[in-house]
Design a protein around this ligand. Sequence first.
Ligand code: GLY
Length: 251
Amino acid sequence: MKPVIVVHGGAGRIFKEREEGCRAGTVRAALQGYGVLKRGGSAVDAVEEAVQSMEDDPHFNAGCGSVLNEKGEVEMDAIIMDGKNLDSGAVSAVKCIANPVKLARLVMEKTKHMLLTDQGAHLFARAMGIPEIPGEKLVTERSRERWRKNLEPDFNPEDFQKDLGTVGAVAIDSEGNVACATSTGGLSNKLIGRVGDTPCIGSGGYADNHSGATSTTGHGESIMKVVLARLILYHMEQESCSFGAVQCNLL
Ligand code: GLY
């Protein structure tokens, strides 16, 4: 089967001055993920690689570039899912990890669980040898500015690009296995401990070899209302699309 990868760099309006960087970042991520597939890597390997690339790119709201919570700190969520066996792993509210998607994959492969949060996720990361970095290293000038502006009483969010730049990828490998991965900093000035759709299986992503793979981006609370990623696959099943890859932007 011919391998395919689709990536997204999030919903939301992209201002002119950021267009170039966002486009370059998604192209780079797609090429890196596709390179993995071409070398015979699995769909899971490919989506991890693509999402990691966007987590490292400050243009996106994931990893370095994540928006800040009400306290001015980064809190990130991520998920990865293997459509071959429906295994998945996720992390939520992680603060000092450069690549939450890598940690999510370790949750999937090295634990009996599907989701680790906050302190437990950090303890697990340490046990897995994933280095902790100062949270400040993930904060960009732009996310700090957005956070500050949100605190101004007369701030109009329309004056600032929406911070819904969650990143994600779906892929089919040469053996016909599908996978998805999604990663985000969530919503700007969110309450401490707010967990959005991204790490919730069926909302932030879903992958099943029998129907396809989805990675969602948009307003998490809206996505969770309808468990959007799984709902999309349900409709694909009704349409008899036996293999496919979809991304969904819900604003
Ligand atoms: N879709 C990302 C979030 O709302 O957290």
